[in-house]
Write a protein that binds this ligand. Sequence first.
Ligand SMILES: [Zn+2]
Length: 271
Amino acid sequence: MTKSYSNIDDAEKLFEFFNQLYKNNDKHVEKLSKELENHLDGQDPELTTVTCCDSRVLQGDIWENHGIGREFAHEVIGNHVNTVSLNGEIVTSGSIDYIPEHSDTPTGIVIIGHTGCGAVTATYKTMNKILEDENSVQAPTDILTRHEEQGEFSIEDYTSETEGITTDIYLLLESGIDTAYEEIMGEDLTEQEEINRLVEYNVDNQVKFLLENSPYSDTDVLGAVYDMDGTYGDPGRLYLTNLNAETDIRKLKEQLSRYQDIEISRQDSSM
Ligand SMILES: [Zn+2]
């Protein structure tokens, strides 16, 4: 297929960038050739991480975890753990099930949201648009349910995104972000504060979904927020916000008192 570039200079720059990446791959081959040999028989990482695809959130770099075979990493916009199955049912994504289901040793799943998340913002705007178009003060969840019952609701009417992106927004709504939206509507928050609060609640929803739908026997589920914009404190710091659905800061600090380096914080308890 012949490409028709909108700007040939930019297209050439892109290939210069690809070229640089391939050059860097040479260094990678050199650095890891010996280490890879020890891992060719298989993998048994103790950690599964779920992060947003945002290019400013550097999975692995966040906690300098670059060792081979130590982190099973899944990236998806809005860091949701659910997906639509072949039967059209909502199930846990296989990328998240894989390690807990195949490991004989205890494992941890860490769901990492981030402040300033575009996927959460798009979902927030979708909910705003539902209320605006319906000219309603009714909660978005009630509107969604009413339309669903009448069999006429189509979420595409409220987003201007592709079917794939709209599916991701739908999965965020399905995991409960619409209910969280209702909860914060009555509070005195700026738009950015509302969005960042939803980032935190979205992580809670994902933890809850996993605990309810995939009750792993020896897997801990942690929720965390990567603070990209300094909402919690230091930009770049990773804050623990949830442990196996426990969100009470005092209890979390008590439970994890031996682990001094785990930063625990929540926006909804600092208000
Ligand atoms: Zn994001």
